[in-house]
Design a protein around this ligand. Structure first.
Ligand SMILES: [Fe+2]
Ligand SMILES: [Fe+2]
Length: 345
């Protein structure tokens, strides 16, 4: 069902249709009417998510040439390539909201749109590849599984495939850490050190505490977000504690203990000053990440030009080229197809 608005249609009536669709857990599709603020929130969130996927390739790519075996190298290359793919699905999802990928990349390169702060930390040892897979991809899954039920169709459908791939990322990280943890004393120490350094930044990935997260309530009403930051963070801690025990590693928090009453683990307060510093651009690798991204974009200019020239040459007709793409009918949140509906270039 589409509700494209002629000028004369009453906005209140359109808003009522939109609200009812969200309340009924129906999907909002690109050609449906939606409030401007809903569109702007989604563009900001999906863009930030897409940027995180492609910037996130850098810390791990740092270790591809130094992976300790052919097997580890093949796994890491596949993982880093997956992240590029996630970026593509997400930029495509953002484009259905009326922005172009170029525009979003320009904003990233100009520092006007953010990516996840976690990628501003360095990967100092091989064990960091394991800690990132286990903790950073693990936190990403915890955040993203509920997004498979997000009210905006293209975003929700992109998340289904992303989450399947993230599960592989999380498992390879866990398996890598397990091998190190059971290895020599030095390997065990390297794994422990990596977990010590990545634990707190991973908890910060869920964003500020609920009381200080001004957009959260609105996003939850719109069913873009299904759980609060603190709720997801708690869920992540509950999952990680027994996994750390199985790994034979500890988490760097002396106050971490099971709370019978709440049915969750208690943990120490998070150092939000550190989070805010990294957010302000003062993390260990902010400048390096953005500089490398700009460089990669410039180096890839000839590929984009060649692809555009090729597409123009093969387009049937002068400027309308390509197959017309249709917007899928609005389905219910439960009926998630695993196909990404948007054409990927
Ligand atoms: Fe990813
Ligand atoms: Fe990942």
């Amino acid at each position: 069902m589409t509700t494209t608005a002629p000028e004369t249609v009453d906005t209140a009536a359109l808003e009522a249709v939109f609200d009812a669709a969200v309340a009924a857990d129906e999907r909002i599709e690109p050609r449906d009417w939606m409030p401007d603020a809903y569109r702007a929130t989604l563009i900001r969130q999906i863009a930030q998510h897409a940027h995180s996927e492609i910037i996130g390739m850098q810390p791990e790519a740092n270790w591809i040439t130094r992976a300790p075996s052919l097997r580890r190298k093949a796994i890491l290359m596949a993982k880093v390539q997956d992240e590029a793919g996630h970026g593509l699905y997400l930029y495509s999802a953002a484009e259905t909201l009326g922005v172009s990928r170029d525009e979003l990349l320009d904003k990233l390169h100009a520092g006007r749109q953010r990516y996840s702060s976690i990628f501003n930390y360095p990967t100092l040892t091989w064990a960091d590849v394991g800690a990132i897979g286990w903790l950073v991809d693990g936190a990403a899954i915890t955040n993203q599984v509920p997004l498979c039920r997000c009210s905006y169709g293209p975003y929700a459908r992109a998340m289904i495939r992303v989450c399947k791939e993230e599960s592989f990322h999380q498992r390879q990280g866990y398996e890598l850490l397990l091998a190190l943890s059971r290895g020599t004393e030095a390997q065990h120490a390297m794994a422990q050190d990596a977990v010590n350094r990545w634990w707190w930044p991973s908890l910060m990935m869920f964003g500020p505490p609920d009381g200080e997260s001004p957009h959260s309530a609105q996003s939850m009403t719109w069913k873009i977000k299904r759980h609060s930051n603190d709720e997801l963070r708690r869920r992540f801690v509950d999952i990680c504690v027994p996994q750390a025990e199985s790994l034979g590693l500890t988490l760097p928090d002396p106050d971490l203990r099971w709370n019978e009453e709440t049915g969750h683990y208690d943990f120490s307060p998070i150092d939000w000053d550190e989070f805010n510093e990294v957010l302000r651009g003062n993390g260990p690798c902010n400048e390096q990440r953005l500089a490398r991204r700009r460089e990669a974009h410039e180096e890839g200019a000839w590929v984009r030009e060649a692809a555009a020239a090729y597409a123009a040459k093969h387009a049937p007709g002068s400027h309308s080229g390509g197959t017309p793409h249709s917007t899928p009918e609005r389905g219910t949140a439960a009926s998630g197809s695993t196909e990404h509906p948007e054409a990927m270039v």
